[in-house]
Design a protein. Structure first.
Ligand SMILES: Cc1ncc(COP(=O)(O)O)c(C=O)c1O
Length: 382
């Protein structure tokens, strides 16, 4: 299964085979790394038979990764980036050139900063809406010249859930492109393109990389058309291209993605239940818990609730900071999606203006044994 991907295959099979195959020249089963920045051209100066010209425009390792990501998301094509932020900016820029852009109230703070600080410099009109509220979305979409609506679900920091199918219908009726940041769910737990999104954005730094050892991003499109071309052009013009080595690492991580994500989600559910019963915890934000406001929608549109959760420490900020100093397995660091569990005081990461409660801690649950993770948190909470 090389350039061709057969959507009849299950996710696990696509994760192992899509975009890769035995190298016909050497018989190598494992993919090679092609660090070359440039490629042989035809005598007339045109791009050679490999289809690759200059590394910034794409190379064999980004190409393999793009085929695999498109197959996993059920898309027509993908563009790999040097980071999730670069991928999101490419989508925002493509939207801003067409009209008004709407971003969520709650999302990764870097996405919101791009919309707040960068888009207006390009003369773009930007609005923010609570994408967990359908009425608010409908109202926001009614403004003229809206070209793009971005959602992130589950979203930073409280794991808010937006109804992709319902928002997809609203967008389709108005000819608005719906882009979904699927970083927290991954294509293993949620398929935004099947639910009505036209674009999916990933920080592949997170679960897709899965080992906290690279930065990367990707945009996957439902259709091959103009939006994907624009996103691709943005990457080339901005030089936001991923290295061959990082793409190779991502390709290497893909076969285990379904198994990592499902196991990590199971561990997170276990921890959410533990925290929900703990007297030192004021609130647990995890879409798998029945009292989470997005639980019903998440149960409908996700095949698992993910491995990210947030909780509020009843005794306040100092006690919360104390928890992050006391865990032995949860490492105090920002980011998510790696095999190792992380704990972070989100307000410190996002800054004093973020509005994130000072007693809120965010967990990225890893692949350690869940009994050990629960014991670690129990000891840290005292
Ligand atoms: C949901 C989400 N989207 C996008 C990004 C940005 O990704 P990157 O750090 O790879 O630029 C992040 C980073 O934390 C994220 O959590």
């Amino acid at each position: 299964m090389d350039d061709e991907t057969d959507s009849e295959y299950h996710l696990e099979t696509l994760a192992v085979h899509a975009g890769r195959g035995v190298d016909p020249a050497t018989g190598a089963v494992a993919p090679a790394i092609y660090p070359s920045s440039t490629f042989l051209r035809r005598p007339d100066g045109g791009v050679g038979p490999s289809g690759f010209g200059y590394g910034r425009e794409g190379h064999p390792n980004s190409h393999s990764l793009e085929i695999a990501l498109a197959a996993l998301e059920g898309g027509a094509g993908a563009v790999a980036f040097a980071s999730g932020s670069a991928a999101m900016l490419a989508v925002l820029e493509s939207g801003a050139r067409r009209g008004r852009v709407i971003v969520p109230e709650a999302a990764y703070h870097g996405t919101l900063a791009q919309a707040r600080e960068l888009l207006p410099r390009w003369g773009a009109q930007v609005a923010r809406v609570d994408t967990t509220c359908l009425q608010a979305v409908e109202q926001a979409l009614s403004a003229d010249r809206t070209a793009l609506l971005v959602v992130e679900t589950p979203a930073n920091p409280a794991l808010g859930i937006s109804d992709l199918a319902a928002i997809g219908e609203l967008c389709e009726a108005r000819g608005v492109m719906l882009a979904c940041d699927n970083t927290f769910a991954t294509p293993i737990l949620q398929k935004p393109l099947a639910l009505g999104a036209g674009l999916v954005v990933h920080s592949t730094t997170k679960y897709i990389g899965g080992h906290s050892d690279l930065l990367g991003g990707a945009v996957v499109a439902a259709d091959p058309g103009k939006w994907l071309d624009d996103v691709d052009r943005f990457r080339t013009r901005a030089g936001a291209s991923p290295s061959a080595f990082d793409c190779w690492l991502l390709t290497r991580s893909l076969p285990t993605l379904p198994w990592r994500v499902r196991a990590q989600s199971e561990h997170a559910a276990r921890i959410a239940n533990f925290l929900a019963d703990h007297p030192g915890v004021a609130e647990v934000m995890y879409p798998g818990l029945e009292d989470h406001p997005g639980h019903a929608v998440a149960a409908r549109q996700m095949s698992g609730f993910g491995a990210m959760l947030a909780f509020r420490v009843a005794a306040g900020r100092r006690a919360a900071m104390g928890v992050t100093e006391s865990t032995r397995l949860f490492t105090r660091a920002t980011s998510l999606g790696g095999v190792e569990s992380l704990i972070e005081h989100r307000a410190s990461v996002e800054g004093p203006d973020s509005g994130i409660p000072e007693d809120l801690l965010r967990l990225s649950v890893g692949l350690e044994h869940p009994d050990d993770l629960v014991a670690d948190l129990a000891a840290a909470l005292g």
